[in-house]
Design a protein around this ligand. Structure first.
Ligand code: GLY
Length: 357
């Protein structure tokens, strides 16, 4: 494993220790406008390194994961006279770690970088595993590189003030990791409430740790997604289709919500095609219904959703729709092809289970 994973709420201290270990005095912090305003002051208080680092601030939001913002970061790195000894510290959510990581990976053929995620989705997914990049030509993550960070510092201290939707959005990726790992990890996740006022960010730390390790173990075996890493696409073939459909109909939904509903539908498909136990489908669907509600679709929407699934970049050709499914909790099966009829039946059951039909 190249990336070092540090789980701590003493973030400033961890950054200073890590930079000392890396033996470099030259540090550039990449962050975004939101994080610079609300989070950075907390870290600056506890970290001499961050307090004295050069700061590059990009605009917040996925719509700014662009070539223009990337160019700005490259320009600022050049103005800062960044060298191969410079360490870039990305402090923020997925946009910051994706764009900042790609800027680091490409500037002077590669600078070392550290991720400090400040959102649940960032901590559990974007900040580890080395997928970096930007959106391009209207498509997400079209330009990028696999480049692992030196380290990710994973903490929960920034989560207490996050909007409810953002917590649930990240939590869906944790549920996915639980499904991929084992009944114990999944059981703990289903027993936890990520919903205010019950939500307690500190109590989430052990769950977060389990979850990040599930992903790290997979990435360790297959960084470039030639095999096993495809397991991390569980829930995403249908999830991405729902996300694209919602966006097109001016009703955008957070990524993780789409994943939660995608997971329910892909567990139904797993039952049909891989004998995944139906009681587990029901238990999982109930949790999603309670916490995420349901994305409203009717059978008239199926052709458009299935067309969106055909566009998924995991399909080798547009004639087949390819899924990662489960035989059982902890037993993923890669590259399962489902027919439009099977997907239609699964969407019908999604609507039944989540109370839409
Ligand atoms: N987000 C899934 C992966 O990193 O492969």
């Amino acid at each position: 494993m190249k990336q070092k994973l540090i789980f701590t709420n003493l973030v400033g201290q961890a950054i200073d220790t890590l930079v000392a270990e890396l033996g470099t005095p030259q540090v550039v912090v990449v962050t975004d406008t939101n994080t610079a305003q609300f989070v950075l002051p907390i870290i600056v208080n506890d970290s001499k390194v961050v307090a004295s680092a050069k700061l590059i601030t990009i605009k917040s939001g996925d719509s700014n994961k662009t070539l223009d913002e990337l160019k700005n970061v490259w320009m600022r790195l050049a103005e800062s006279e960044a060298s191969r000894n410079t360490v870039v510290i990305n402090i923020g959510g997925g946009v910051v770690s994706d764009l900042g990581g790609f800027a680091a990976a490409t500037f002077k053929r590669g600078l070392r970088y550290i991720n400090v995620p400040t959102t649940v989705l960032g901590a559990v997914d974007a900040a580890t595993g080395g997928k970096t990049g930007i959106n391009f030509n209207g498509l997400k993550n079209q330009i990028g590189a696999f480049a692992e960070p030196e380290a990710a510092i994973i903490s929960t201290i920034f989560f207490n003030t996050l909007p409810q939707q953002q917590i649930l959005s990240g939590y869906a990726e944790m549920l996915k990791h639980g499904l991929l790992e084992n009944p114990d990890v999944l059981g703990k996740l289903l027993a936890f409430s990520p919903v205010y006022p019950v939500f307690n960010s500190e109590a989430m730390m052990p769950l977060l740790q389990d979850s990040v390790m599930v992903k790290a173990n997979i990435v360790d075996q297959d960084l470039t997604e030639s095999g096993l890493r495809k397991a991390l696409n569980l829930g995403h073939t249908i999830g991405h289709a729902l996300e694209a459909f919602a966006f097109k109909h001016q009703n955008p939904i957070p990524h993780g919500y789409a994943v939660a509903w995608g997971l329910v539908t892909e567990l139904i498909l797993s039952h049909t095609l891989q004998n995944f136990p139906s009681d587990e489908v029901h238990r999982f669907a109930q949790y999603v219904k309670t916490n995420y509600g349901a994305f409203p679709i009717t059978c008239d929407d199926y052709p458009e959703l299935i067309a969106a699934m055909r566009q998924d970049k995991k399909n080798a050709n547009a004639d087949s729709i390819n899924f990662t499914l489960l035989k059982a909790i902890g037993e993923p099966v890669l590259n399962v092809v489902a027919t439009p009829e099977q997907i239609t039946a699964a969407l019908d059951l999604y609507r039944d289970l989540l109370g839409l039909a």
